[in-house]
Design a protein around this ligand. Structure first.
Ligand code: DGJ
Length: 521
């Protein structure tokens, strides 16, 4: 009897031990923002996503790990490929996942893993061969002419069960090999889900469901009931909503099956549409801003909906994603020079908890300056994530937007592209490339100003006062310990008028201000 009790206690400890460990990685939400906590400590993801095929060969990856560290990344976003994880039905091979985790750990990097499961950019190209070749068991969708396409149906019950099982096995394995080290900190469920080339699946079973009542869970969420067209109106947008519901339910079940094994934070990502494009011309029904309610109602196991940026307007889309308690995490962004500026807007203005350009290891990106921004952000991380500041904001400039006005405490701060300065405009390289930065207010009259290619001018918000600079110090911060560099005065602060970073400069400057009466007494 005593022995049996002891066994129960041991089992409980093992069970809850797993759960306690797992909850050690979680999102702590505050309005439309969140902090990712790893062992209760906030973690800002300064990441990069590998090219799609890179993590399929550790030999291929070998030269890149060190380089990624030197770029000041703290996290690599890497795919796990279903076709390689379960090459035969119910035979799992974790060798690649284990090497990936081992390499990341050796290089002191965290991992966000992408589950390339049923869908990858709408398609089902990462499903194992035993699934692809069995369309009876794993039904496919058809285009508008009825031609079968390599996109598995969201209504395939066996497909869903197979995906849930594989994903759950993956999560169980990660818990077993990484539950205490916590190298893997977050999971993306599927990749850029979205229907092509129609707004929704066209099949007898999908048509029947579309003509039927909307699901009870959705009716309860909307507090409305009726058919899809009665509730949402007739048309292609309603077809997209219908498909979004079923994609989200599917992703939710996959995520929930995985979380049962190991409840890491999980997100889904979306391909953003071109302006004016109709659903089906872009991947219809993905986790897009206009479908946020549907996705959130259908997929409570998904923690975050994330945008993938390939050219679209950063501010416009970020504004749409930080709503409904959805924090900003950017898993993909076209990797060009501008990301080194955009990251300051994402972290400073939107309080995003992670940023990650795509194809991070590609040698063609080696000369881009992202590492300089990550170096600055790495230094500022404790200041940013501990949230002991009074205010924080970020900005992004280019030829179209050259300045912003920010109000912080008793100050109005005009921040502008470096090229607005008269002497900069004469520079040979005065093209209006993206520049950006952030300001953190840590005291009534104390600010950290950081970034590249901008000028910041502080004035008192009180019309009865004028503000001037007490001191500007260049600082570097190591593990929260601050070391002063140059005292930035004279030409460097335009004889006390402003704080600035040229377009080829990156850094942190600590600013102290004082105020005097506007009228001379
Ligand atoms: C978005 C996808 O999510 C990525 O996996 C990749 O295919 C990029 N597009 C483009 O290369």
């Amino acid at each position: 009897m005593i022995l049996r009790k002891a066994a129960v206690v041991v089992a409980l400890v093992l069970l809850t031990g797993g759960i306690v460990r797992a909850q050690a990685i979680r999102l702590e939400r505050e309005g439309n923002t969140a902090r990712l906590l790893v062992d209760q400590r906030p973690f800002l993801v300064l990441g990069g996503e590998l090219g799609n095929s890179s993590a399929s060969s550790m030999e291929y990856m070998r030269p890149y790990w060190e380089h990624l560290r030197q770029m000041h990344l703290n996290t690599v976003i890497a795919p796990v490929y279903w076709e390689l994880l379960e090459p035969e039905d119910n035979r799992f091979d974790f060798a690649l996942v284990d090497s990936l985790i081992g390499e990341a750990r050796r290089h002191d990097l965290k991992l966000v893993l992408l589950w390339f499961g049923t869908w990858k950019n709408s398609m089902s190209c990462y499903t194992p061969a035993w699934m692809k070749t069995n369309p009876r068991r794993f039904p496919r969708t058809a285009d508008s002419s009825g031609r079968s396409q390599e996109i598995f149906s969201a209504f395939g019950k066996e497909t869903l069960e197979a995906d849930k099982k594989a994903f759950a096995m993956l999560m169980r394995h990660i818990r077993e090999v990484d539950g205490s080290n916590k190298t893997v900190i977050m999971i993306q469920v599927e990749n850029e889900i979205g229907m092509l080339s129609t707004a929704r699946e066209i099949s007898s079973w999908a048509d029947a469901l579309y003509k039927g009542k909307i699901p009870e869970a959705l009716a309860a969420h909307l507090k409305k009931n009726g058919t899809w067209e009665e509730v949402f109106g007739k048309g292609i947008k309603t077809e997209e909503i219908f498909q979004a519901w079923y994609y989200a339910r599917y992703a939710n079940e996959v995520a929930a099956a995985g979380k049962k094994e190991y409840p890491l934070p999980m997100y889904v990502n979306a391909a953003l549409p071109r302006p004016g494009a109709l659903p089906g011309r872009y991947p219809s029904a993905g986790p897009l801003p206009h479908l946020m309610d549907i996705w959130q109602a259908a997929a409570p196991a998904i923690d975050v909906l994330s945008p993938d940026f390939y050219n679209p307007d950063t501010r416009y889309w970020c504004d749409l994603y930080v709503r409904n308690q959805n924090p900003l995490f950017i898993p993909e962004m076209r990797f060009d020079r501008s990301v080194a500026a955009k990251v300051f807007l994402v972290v400073g203005h939107y309080k995003g908890f992670g940023f990650s350009p795509f194809s991070i290891e590609s040698p063609s990106h080696a000369s881009l300056p992202l590492s300089r921004s990550y170096d600055v952000l790495r230094q500022l991380t404790p200041l940013i994530t501990d949230r002991k500041w009074l205010a924080m904001d970020g900005f992004l400039f280019d030829h179209a937007r050259r300045s912003d006005t920010i109000r912080m405490g008793g100050y109005t701060i005009v921040v502008a592209h470096y090229n607005v300065l008269p002497w900069a405009a004469e520079r040979m390289d005065s093209v209006w490339g993206s520049t950006g930065g952030m300001i953190i207010q840590t005291g009534a009259d104390e600010f950290y100003v950081a970034g590249t290619g901008f000028v910041a001018t502080f004035s008192s918000a009180d019309p009865g006062k004028v503000s001037n600079i007490v001191s500007v110090d260049e600082v570097t911060i190591t593990d929260g310990r601050e070391v002063k560099g140059r005292r930035m005065n004279g030409d460097q602060d335009h004889q006390g008028r402003h704080i600035r970073f040229a377009t080829d400069e990156w850094g942190i400057q600590k600013v102290r201000l004082y105020n005097s009466p506007r009228a001379i007494e």
